[in-house]
Design a protein around this ligand. Structure first.
Ligand code: ZN
Length: 225
């Protein structure tokens, strides 16, 4: 029932506010063929090795104007379709990454209350897009057990405190997975890596060590050190 209502809601929104490019205002898509080329992969500069991870890949800089607009449109105006329009960029960016063999994609979970109010989990939609391009399967290995405050208004220490014990592993899914399987945690944006780290800790507790991060964008402001 909820899904049908959300579809009607989205159809009505598209009727009254037809898609127009976030970069130049051209009608018919959320990012036009020209503006998508303004999003440049910047993987070498933005990717890092951090505790609990073999590596974290970030595709592009969050603070490039169009990227920030896109992420905000997804999160605060519930526009899922814009993720599909990012395919050409994802294709180019992902082709530059040496993914470990046999890896799986695991989206960072949203609490069900937030997922229901937004209608979707953007990390899940992104993970499915990545899967479509790379052929890596998507499996949801984690659950958010607490509806935490949005991280955007908190500083580094508060972000970590806010997320403490917020996630649990879904043992029914993990049981199907070999301990050495490389797991790529997928999200839309990272700033302090707090969410990624909390999720990685959770998987480590269950005995998984081959953990990677794969995020669409990284903000280099508000670093924790
Ligand atoms: Zn445009």
């Amino acid at each position: 029932m909820l899904k049908i209502l959300l579809k009607i809601h989205s159809a009505l929104l598209n009727f009254f506010f037809p898609p127009e490019c976030i970069g130049c205002g051209k009608e018919d898509s959320w990012i036009c063929d020209f503006c998508i080329q303004k999003i440049q992969p910047d993987i070498t500069r933005l990717s890092v090795k951090i505790p609990h991870f073999k590596y974290v890949w970030a595709l592009t800089d969050y603070h490039k104007p169009i990227t920030e607009k896109i992420i905000k449109r997804i999160k605060f105006r519930y526009c899922k379709e814009i993720i599909y329009d990012m395919r050409p960029f994802f294709r180019i960016a992902l082709s530059n990454i040496p993914f470990p063999k046999g890896a799986i994609l695991c989206p960072i979970p949203l609490h069900f209350i937030r997922k229901n109010s937004r209608g979707f989990n953007q990390a899940e939609v992104i993970a499915h897009e990545f899967s479509h391009i790379t052929g890596m399967p998507v499996t949801s290995l984690l659950k958010r057990k607490r509806n935490t405050k949005p991280q955007t208004k908190l500083n580094g220490d508060m972000r970590r405190e806010n997320l403490k014990n917020a996630f649990v592993s879904r043992d029914k899914e993990l049981i199907k997975l070999k301990k050495q399987t490389p797991i790529l945690l997928v999200d839309d944006v990272t700033t302090t890596f707090s969410t990624l780290e909390e999720c990685a800790k959770c998987l480590k507790k269950s005995g998984y060590r081959n953990i990677y991060g794969l995020v669409v964008s990284r903000s280099l402001r508000h670093q924790k050190k």
